[in-house]
Design a protein around this ligand. Structure first.
Ligand SMILES: C[S@@+](CC[C@H](N)C(=O)[O-])C[C@H]1O[C@@H](n2cnc3c(N)ncnc32)[C@H](O)[C@@H]1O
Length: 236
């Protein structure tokens, strides 16, 4: 069962990627990130959890057995349908609700969530939308509630040594794959130039944005690839 709201900008491009995302969600990189995010979230049995950009359920399904309730929100109708079908098929605690909705206008009541988690969703939002999403996270969290998320964390540009290293390492990996890698590199460059799909922000940007949105106990750090993790809590 999947509830829907009207605000689904950007959903269409995701509808065709359910199978790709299911593959990515079983990769070593994503399962390691899932485990790290959930360990940092320090989930407790009574927690109500929200997974933003839940996709095929990487975080939501892993969190469900340890908590009282999970809301999984994703902008893509196909992603939501796929996750709902999965939930109906597999034995699980029956405490996951799937909602089609946008991170910038969460279909979740004020103050109803103890822990918000998210993985590799926010870099699909523009910077102003990332800030709107943080305001929404703050709105739905209960006082003292916490946020932990993993995401692509670097700036597309050559300003910092880390940005240069991430971009250089990606380009080198693609070039070593031959023509297919070269094509992927060209497509990625085109997407960046046209501003579509991926708009990662740096670790420093996230730290400042969390601070501006009123979070405290903020932590944000890069991982040894293009990703990073950030966490914070709202005041009690
Ligand atoms: C790279 S996938 C990650 C999915 C999942 N969190 C995982 O780790 O496997 C990004 C997900 O974010 C969703 N998404 C993109 N923009 C969104 C938005 N504005 N609001 C909610 N979900 C969004 C996509 O539909 C997709 O399922």
């Amino acid at each position: 069962m999947c509830t829907t709201t009207a605000d689904h900008g950007g959903a269409k491009s995701w509808d065709e990627h359910v199978a790709d995302l299911e593959r990515l969600a079983t990769s070593e990189g994503f399962t390691a990130l899932r485990d790290e995010i959930l360990a940092l979230a320090e989930l407790e049995p009574g927690d109500r959890v929200l997974d933003i950009g839940a996709g095929t359920g990487l975080l939501a399904l892993a969190a469900a057995p340890s908590v009282s309730h999970v809301d999984a929100v994703d902008v893509s109708a196909e992603m939501c349908r796929h996750l709902s079908d999965k939930l109906a098929r597999q034995p699980q605690p029956g405490n996951v609700a799937v909602h089609q909705g946008n991170a910038t206008r969460l279909p979740i009541p004020d103050g109803s969530i103890d822990v918000v988690v998210s993985n590799y969703c926010f870099h699909h939002l523009s910077d102003p939308d990332k800030r709107r999403a943080l305001d929404e996270v703050r709105r739905v969290l209960t006082p003292g509630g916490r946020l932990v998320f993993g995401d692509m964390m670097f700036r597309v540009g050559l300003a910092s040594a880390r940005d240069r290293a991430v971009i250089g390492s990606f380009a080198w990996r693609m070039l070593r794959r031959g023509p297919a890698g070269l094509l992927r590199l060209a497509r990625t460059a085109l997407r960046q130039l046209t501003g579509s799909r991926e708009r990662p922000a740096s670790v420093a940007w996230w730290r400042a944005a969390l601070h501006d949105a009123g979070f405290e106990a903020i932590r944000a750090w890069p991982l040894d690839h293009e990703g990073g993790i950030a966490a914070g809590r709202i005041p009690r």
